[in-house]
Design a protein around this ligand. Sequence first.
Ligand code: 13P
Ligand code: SF4
Length: 302
Amino acid sequence: MIQDLTTEILRLKEEKDAVILAHYYQVPEVQEIADYVGDSYYLSKIAKDAKQNTIVFCGVRFMAESAKILSPNKTVLLPAAEAGCPMANMASASALLKMKEEYPNAKVVCYINSTTEVKAVSDVCCTSSNALNIINNIEEEEIIFLPDKNLGGHIQKLVPHKKMILWDGCCVTHNKIYKKQIEALKEFYPGAKVLVHPECTEEIRDMADFIGSTGEIIKFGTEDSSDKFIIVTEIGVLHELEKRNPNKKFYAPDNMVCPNMKKTGLEDVYNALKEMKNVITIDEDIRVKAYNALNNMHLLGR
Ligand code: 13P
Ligand code: SF4
């Protein structure tokens, strides 16, 4: 069955001149069918420069929308149309505009995990892998950062000379991990290094041997000489970690699942391509404004 679907998807991909992108949190079979698998920043760069006419984005809505904002002439498909990111919905453009009035001198940096409307009223986007670089490359001292208070708090510690005004949003998946869970894993697997995504709370980040994006966690786990690691981010990353490192052991809290990232199956990819359905559309006025923030990310994040 999987083999039939895979063959059909590969055939349709050629027929429709499509490229398939998948985030590391996708289920293994979707990662395996993809042309490119990566973290948000890497996938955004691939989407921006793609040669194909169609981009099939296996991830959540803000990722597919970002691809459309950057490549307006391409058809962008989101195979699971209902896959959203709860954190992105924790910030609205109208509330952000009010905050901007309170801090007229601040630059607005929005995490790519945000709606197109929020991007349209922000100065620059960032992802977890380039946030530090971007904030360092902004001249202004005062920065409104949204929606993730955890990533924002992590960056604030690294740039104490800046004043970061943090939004009260978070990732429901990363925010629900408790110190006790990590302590229990550490006790069970003594000597294992703890690799943490910056969307986790401060008490979890404080337990980390390394903090980074999904791509950076995979790189660290691959290049570091230790043979066991506790992975504190969505369990989808275990697929690539285990594939690249068959002789190492990776352990993750078993409740680290993003239900939205798990909504895409091979059948959804097949149906989206076959019927060219779940097409991302964005009003041109707002797209142009949101493009500005995403383009600034690619300029400042280099
Ligand atoms: P990355 O930028 O590390 O891929 O993270 C995306 C995301 O949604 C994390 O929850
Ligand atoms: Fe959004 Fe969190 Fe899921 Fe990432 S893991 S897509 S931030 S809900």
